[in-house]
Design a protein around this ligand. Sequence first.
Ligand code: AHR
Length: 509
Amino acid sequence: MSNDAVSAVINVDIEGPQISKHVYGHFAEHLGRCIYGGFYVGENSDIPNERGIRLDVVEALRNLDIPNLRWPGGCFADEYHWMDGIGPKEDRAVMINTHWGGVEENNHFGTHEFMDLCEMLETEPYISGNVGSGTVREMSEWVEYITRDGDSPMARLRKQNGREEPWKVRFWGLGNETWGCGGNMTAEQYAMDARKYATYCRDYGDNKLYRIAAGAADFNYSWTKTLMEQLSHIGCQRVERKLYNAVSVHYYTIAGTWDDKGDATVFTDDEYYTTMLKANRTDELLTGHSNVMDLYDPTKEIGIVMDEWGTWWNVEPGTNPGFLYQQNTMRDALVASLHFDIFHKHADRLIMANIAQTVNVLQAMILTDPDTGALVLTPTYHVFQMNKGHQDAASLRVDAPKGIPTREVDGKELPMVSVSASRKDGRLLVSLSNLDASEGQDVEIDLRGGGLSEFESLILTADTLQAHNTPEQLEAVAPRAHEGVKLEGSTLRVHLPAHSFVTVSGALA
Ligand code: AHR
């Protein structure tokens, strides 16, 4: 049974702000099996690899056109001393990964390996520097090591370690969650520290850093306010650049509590709706932080970088609680598609977003079997793939003049349909999610200012919201052609089955 059709209007000739491709960004932390076993298996592994990096993982991620990869953390970043991860592997220092399972970290995956991985992925590196337990000098020298051309102590050290040319790195994080695992600082304390770190992270040659200050948890707008205030107080008049270019924010979708977050694959409809309500709060979150920033930066030169987002469930039974390994269902896919609609809406301020995390941790794109090495693409992976045409496209407003059906969830109204659209290179891409667990929904889109000469449509859904992919069932949730779309003149009629994600793309006439 379907509800009445939702009427929507898209003016395809009125372009909104460009959707930064970096909102489709990724995150790889030294946590559980994300790096070791996920991205990196070492040169001697039976799993096909190049210089230790898994080729199947690289191929799968290249299919997503991933724009950037954040590393080495997360909480790990503020315990990471980069010099431990360079030089001959057998000489590298071993440390304890205190945040994540208390396991030994042998530092075999370090700066060179990460930059190598980024080159293989054809993606931009985003390095998160250590503020919590590091020093300004240490971070400054890391920038010099990676990006400085010519002769200098750190450039010489890099060359001794086999890399003649400097790498290019734009995105540079000044700490992570400095209100918590990154040093337990107050906003004022961190804001002053960030000014120092930002000063000494230099631009070498034509490498221009985009410095990202460690931002707030969730709805802590006062943290953002403090960072913005500090940014306005330029000390020395000779400073030509901004101290930092963006502030970050982290927000996880947790349906339960921190102590019992809920099961990734066993859940009720009520728990599903609570999850979607929590995910939908990302809109409120970005609006709130952006409004605060508007007071200090009305022209929106400082960006928001939401460098951790996604679902966080209880770990899979029998796995190390510190490894954050969780399955990924159709519910996770809808969390992702809803986030992207919200990200597109905030294209004027949101510069980057990084899902946590890319492989084997939290809301992953890829799961690898620890015993056989088998690789599984998750439902979330497919959302990234179906949506990749939005990267760097002009956002288009989607209006629903007669409203969108809602459902009361935990005392709040949750819209049951979410839509976003963009145009790029003469093509229109519309993404539609039906969040209703059990009812289908028709959507009629009035395309104004241009029509479509042809179109194609894909759908991601499954019999149940709990459906997920495993090595035995790789395609339990996978995109397929969607027959439920008709183009009648300038009206696009789209049928959305219960709990489905649909994309329609076509050439603009
Ligand atoms: O993504 C897992 C952890 O969540 C990160 O290390 C930390 O930044 C956040 O609390």
